[in-house]
Design a protein around this ligand. Structure first.
Ligand code: URA
Length: 228
């Protein structure tokens, strides 16, 4: 009970809870969340990280991409998805007709878990108010969960990404489409497996575009320099 009160208190402190519908100044609100993230000591990850990685992009994005947590490169630079997986994500975003600046890219946890392990439950719980507050300010038309960790932690479920990718879920009224983490595509061993994974992801992105625009019209998967 005490723990629950603590969590509620923090949600109130940062104003998260999908209470406000109008955000008169999303940039200032987002800056404030970023400021709080950059002072966070709510879980152990702050002790081992080099930089906080709050997320970045548009303040009125159609799409918000959510990964699991910063890797080494992201930790070094304080920016999300800028390593190899990020380069592939950039291509997917471009093929969808967007740029990093016109979507928002964030993560379930804002500090790198040591050795890129999955974030622990208490770390996710500690960080979730930040993501909720970001979503509340940004109000994307669609959320894309990149991989199982993002999907399961955002939706509070224990699903297989293989079974659930491309299906539509909802988070506080916002449609959610889970898809592969780009690193999964990069890990595929054969050209056929790479090609299949890209097409699967691309079909998922067409669903995302269909929600945003009312139609998914793009007919080729993104290329991926590293795997081709
Ligand atoms: N993988 C993630 O899940 N997030 C990042 O920011 C980078 C790699």
């Amino acid at each position: 009970m005490e723990e629950l009160n603590e969590i509620l208190k923090f949600y109130r402190e940062i104003g998260a809870g999908f209470i406000e519908r109008e955000h008169k100044n999303p940039l200032a609100d987002l800056d404030e969340v970023t400021r709080v993230i950059k002072n966070c000591t709510r879980c152990q990850l702050h002790k081992t990280k080099k930089n906080y990685v709050p997320g970045e992009g548009s303040t009125s994005p159609d799409i918000m991409f959510i990964g699991e947590g910063p890797g080494e490169t992201e930790d070094n630079f304080g920016r999300p998805f800028i390593g190899k997986a990020g380069q592939l994500l950039d291509k997917v975003i471009a093929r969808m007709g967007y740029t990093r600046e016109t979507v928002f890219i964030g993560n379930i946890v804002k500090c790198r878990p040591p050795n890129n392990r999955d974030p622990l439950k208490d770390e996710v719980d500690a960080c979730m108010p930040f993501l909720i507050r970001q979503l509340e300010i940004l109000r994307p038309k669609v959320i894309v969960c990149l991989g199982k960790v993002a999907m399961n932690n955002l939706l509070d479920v224990d699903y297989s990404i293989m079974e659930q990718r491309g299906k539509q879920f909802e988070f506080h009224g916002i449609p959610v489409i889970p898809t592969y983490h780009p690193a999964y595509i990069l890990r595929q061993q054969s050209p056929d497996a790479v090609s299949k994974a890209k097409w699967d992801m691309w079909r998922d992105m067409e669903k995302v575009l269909a929600i945003v625009h009312g139609a998914g019209t793009i007919d080729a998967p993104p290329s991926n320099g590293a795997a081709e």
